[in-house]
Design a protein around this ligand. Sequence first.
Ligand code: SAM
Ligand code: DTB
Ligand code: SF4
Length: 344
Amino acid sequence: MVDAAIRHDWTRAEVAALFALPFNELLHRAHALHRRYHDPNAVQVSTLLSIKTGGCPEDCSYCPQAARYDTGVQAQKLMSVEDVLERAQAAKAAGASRFCMGAAWRGPKDRDVAKVVELVRAVKSLGLETCATLGMLSGAQADQLKAAGLDYYNHNLDTAPEFYGEVIHTRQYQQRLDTLGHVRAAGMKTCCGGIVGMGESRDQRAGLLQALATLPEHPQSVPINQLVPVEGTPLHGTAALDPFEFVRTIAVARLLMPASMVRLSAGRQQMDDAVQALCFFAGANSIFHGEKLLTTDNPDVAHDRALFARLDLHPLAVEEAGTVHADLMQTSRCGHGCGCGAAA
Ligand code: SAM
Ligand code: DTB
Ligand code: SF4
């Protein structure tokens, strides 16, 4: 059945008009649509692990892992299967449903893919959903990862096409679109979003969301990162974005891609709890949980547990994995097995 609310033909003017709505009107519309597609009190939770850190040849101006910036990140080789498995087991024991592995590569060499295939098989054997973000992929590499059991591939557009050249010079927008095409063709789900707060204009934020919402398929997962300003990167010192503008960005993402999971990603550590609450109301329904993102800090586990309890949020159970994020379960269990916290 074709769902009329799922559109792939959004114009920049239409997206800009959504951004320009009165704040309360925008949030009302976004939340109303959110409830038609999602449980408003459920949040999908992923655990992130940097499997290969730093020393990256690319020049992404925001990134602490680019070798050319002096950020204090220590380069580390690809982790062994044993070490990754140990971390995935710990994540599973804490109730993780999805395990995302990130590598600071421009793109993997074929021999790297062979190693990541082993990692994916090992993590998958634990019954966890798998996700990887390894940079650019060829069609053959995407096929190999899919065959190993990789469920999601994260590859971001990062910003609007016309702002992109001010942020990254070592790879083109089209190369990102090509990688996403290979991932879709291989039959994997896409996790694709971007970063706001890099000095872009509102119209350019609209341009990022328009680019995401006009992909041949909406990404199943849309990470919206707020720039984490890291000393030593060219974007360190960029003026902070107004938090309400961040909330608007989440709301517009929800309106454009109603069925997708919108992930409140990097930047939560710097974000006030009340702003996060507004983001959940505006349509964010996914987070990264755990004290580190790749190299920067994420809110600590106890803080997130308390936030979920204060907002009556529960971690979304993943049917395939049959698990929920135990860390974030509220102490008053509901008795339905869903962890919603309601009285049984
Ligand atoms: N190297 C691979 C690539 O770039 O495709 C995968 C890892 S890369 C770190 C994944 C994403 O993290 C980037 O596309 C970017 O959106 C996000 N990211 C990196 N540094 C960030 C920062 N300082 N603040 C916010 N997001 C950031
Ligand atoms: C995404 O969009 N955000 C995550 C994940 N995909 C891999 C990464 C955020 C990285 C933030 C900077 C760091 O910790 O190094
Ligand atoms: Fe490398 Fe990815 Fe960082 Fe860009 S974002 S410098 S490709 S690790």
